[in-house]
Design a protein around this ligand. Structure first.
Ligand SMILES: [Fe+2]
Length: 230
C-alpha cells in the first residue's frame, strides 16, 4: 500500500495512475490499487548515441533471468546478438546494469527469484488491448514508447466488442506515450491498462524491455511467438 511519502508525485484517483521518481516504489505497486505506475527517469547522456549504434538491425532476445545473476544472464542473452564494437562502448555496461537493477526490483515486487525477460525491436500489438497477465513492466530504451489510454478517454464497451481503435478512443487528446527510460509497471486482465504499440514503432526501430512473472514464460510463451510486444 502506498503511503503519503514524498516520492509520489501525483496520483489521479479516477485513473489510478501513480507517478513517482523513486525506483523503490515498484515494490509497492502490486499491493496498491494503482492501474499504472510510472517511475520517471532522466534519459542518460550518450543514450541516443549508443542506441543509434546498436539499432541497425532487428533485435529480439528472451529468457528467464534469475534475480541473483541478472547482470551476468542478461549479458549472456545479448552477447551473441550485439556487435563487439557496441559491447566495447562504456555505455553498454551501464545499460546492462540498469536492466539488471530493474529486473531485481521487479523480482522483489513479484516476490519471485526469477522473471521472464524480453528485449526487442519487434512490436506488433497495433490494436488497443489489456494484457493477459496480472502485471507487466516495460521500459522503452529507444524510439517511441508504448501508447496508452486513460479509462475516461476510452469506450470500454467498444473495446469489449472488439471494435477498431478509432471506436475505442473517445478523446484523442488524452492519448499518452511512455517516455524513454521511464519504468512503467501496470496491471493486466479485464480491468487492466488499455495500451498498444504506437504507429511510429511499426516503421522505425525502437527498443523495448518487457518483464513478466515467470509463470508467463511457463504457461504462455511456449505457445506463442515470444517477439510480439506492445
Ligand atoms: Fe500489451
Amino acid at each position: 500500500m502506498y503511503n503519503a511519502c514524498e516520492t509520489i508525485l501525483s496520483q489521479t484517483m479516477e485513473q489510478k495512475i501513480i507517478r513517482t521518481r523513486d525506483i523503490q516504489d515498484i515494490g509497492r505497486f502490486p499491493a496498491s490499487d494503482g492501474k499504472l505506475s510510472i517511475v520517471g527517469r532522466p534519459v542518460p547522456d550518450r543514450s541516443a548515441f549508443f542506441f543509434s549504434k546498436l539499432l541497425h538491425a532487428p533485435l529480439n532476445v528472451a529468457g528467464k533471468i534469475r534475480k541473483k545473476h541478472a547482470f551476468k544472464e542478461i549479458n549472456q542473452l545479448l552477447t551473441r546478438q550485439i556487435p563487439a564494437s557496441v559491447q566495447e562502448m562504456p555505455f553498454y555496461a551501464f545499460w546492462l546494469a540498469d536492466m539488471a537493477e530493474v529486473c531485481l526490483r521487479f523480482c522483489d515486487a513479484q516476490d519471485s527469484q526469477d522473471i521472464c525477460f524480453w528485449l526487442g525491436t519487434d512490436r506488433g500489438c497495433r490494436r488497443y488491448h489489456m494484457d493477459n497477465v496480472p502485471m507487466r513492466l516495460l521500459v522503452t530504451y529507444a524510439g517511441q514508447g508504448t501508447e496508452w489510454l486513460p479509462d475516461e478517454a476510452a469506450d470500454l464497451q467498444a473495446y469489449k466488442n472488439r471494435a477498431p481503435n478509432e471506436a475505442i478512443i473517445k478523446d484523442p487528446s488524452a492519448i499518452r506515450y511512455m517516455e524513454n527510460w521511464d519504468i512503467a509497471i501496470f496491471k493486466g486482465g479485464p480491468n487492466g491498462l488499455l495500451h498498444r504499440t504506437p504507429d511510429a514503432a511499426r516503421t522505425e526501430l525502437s527498443l523495448l524491455m518487457r518483464l513478466d512473472h515467470p509463470s508467463f514464460w511457463d504457461n504462455v510463451l511456449k505457445y506463442q511467438q515470444p517477439g510480439l510486444a506492445s
